[in-house]
Design a protein around this ligand. Structure first.
Ligand code: PLP
Length: 370
């Protein structure tokens, strides 16, 4: 079965092998050396001056960012499930927040955010997804972050990059907190979250941190010494070291270029067989299709063609299907996924199979056709 869901993604064999070592104790020079190497590589790939690793899924890092950085009032952007989650986190901690809501196919407008910031001077953090995975939507976080900083540089920009880090090169010039998780572009099992921090975010955390398990000041103090406040997710960190070495050997630029070319070719192939790409600004992390028969297409692709693709969420559960494009993906695997979709359309009597999706994808990837 090909696992093609936008998280979790399949763990490559070399990484599984790297993790198949006896558990080592986290308070040892051996582990500290591994931790140090991962920290250094993460700082490079996240393009942030400081990073933290937390033993939790991505949501734990979202919670930690909000509780440690927000001192008065949060602005959250809800264009899907994950943006909605920032609001839910604020609510559960009694943090005052204003939510800007968009349809799941529509990116946040810079002008809307600027208006809210100008009318609410108490706002001190902006929480936004880089890619909102609910609809495969790319927000223009770089431009939004710059516009916010132009108004008030003390507003912390919390960017959920869980489906963006490791997919594309992110301009972090105006981002203060960059969040990611192990089970998306890094292709590891779930359970490790990573947070990149700007110098200003580090200062705010050191001056007034909150919480116990997710107290980022105590993590900063420990992780700068290559250890963690509590037991580290040692096996996942060993896996991350191996994965970051794989990406480093490929080269960041090539890794990102491959993802971009594959995403564009897959979307063109899907359109060529009459399917509609859902988001107005698609991210490279996944191909998201709106179709009334999404549920049936997924069921046939899984049962007959051994391809597991994701559906949508909430009201769009059976109306969307999402094909992962994060991590190391061989073109022949993506080609088979697209064939499976086209074959499913044939079986449903929607469109006769003629190999168009495969031809378009392969020609774009290997023959440089537009
Ligand atoms: C997967 C994901 C998360 C976090 O999910 P966890 O299940 O807690 O790891 C957060 N934001 C986005 C955009 C995601 O895709």
């Amino acid at each position: 079965m090909l696992l093609f869901t936008p998280g979790p993604t399949p763990t490559p064999e070399a990484i599984r092998v790297a993790m198949s070592v006896p558990t080592i104790h986290h308070r040892t020079p051996e582990f500290e050396e591994i931790f140090k190497a991962v920290r250094e590589k993460l700082i490079r790939i996240m393009n942030m001056p400081e990073v933290l690793m937390l033993a939790s899924s991505g949501t734990g890092a979202m919670e930690a960012a909000v509780t440690n950085l927000c001192k008065s009032h949060a602005l959250t952007i809800n264009a899907g499930k994950f943006g909605e989650r920032f609001g839910k986190i604020c609510k559960s901690f009694g943090i005052v927040y204003t939510e800007l809501k968009y349809s799941w196919d529509t990116p946040a407008a810079v002008s809307d955010i600027v208006d809210v910031i100008k009318t609410n001077p108490s706002i001190d953090v902006l929480c936004i997804q880089i890619c909102e995975s609910a609809g495969g939507l790319r927000h223009n976080v770089e431009e939004i972050a710059k516009a916010v900083k132009d108004i008030n540089k003390d507003i912390m920009i919390i960017a959920d990059g869980i489906t963006a880090v490791g997919v594309e090169k992110i301009d972090t010039a105006h981002i203060d907190v960059l969040i990611t998780g192990s089970q998306k572009a890094f292709m590891l099992p779930p359970g490790l979250a990573m947070i990149g921090l700007s110098e200003s975010a580090v200062l705010r955390i050191e001056n007034s941190s909150k919480g116990f398990y997710f107290n980022l000041a105590s993590e900063l103090k420990n992780q700068r010494k290559n250890t963690t406040a509590y037991t580290a997710a040692t096996t996942l960190i060993i896996g991350l070291k191996a994965m970051l070495e794989v990406i480093d050997n490929i080269g960041f630029d090539k890794f990102y270029d491959d993802a971009k070319n594959r995403a564009k070719a897959a979307n063109t192939a899907l359109e060529a067989i009459g399917l509609k790409i859902y988001p107005k600004t698609p991210s490279y992390a996944m191909s998201t299709v709106y179709n009334e028969h999404s549920k049936e297409i997924r069921a046939i692709a899984k049962k007959k063609y051994d391809v597991n693709i994701a559906g949508g969420q909430d009201e769009l559960k059976d109306k969307l299907f999402r094909i992962n494009n994060m991590g190391l993906i061989a073109p022949y695997e993506m080609a088979w996924v697209l064939n499976a979709v086209e074959l499913s359309l044939d079986e449903l009597g929607i469109r006769d199979y003629d190999g168009t999706a495969n031809r378009v994808f392969v020609s774009k990837i290997f023959k440089g056709m537009q």
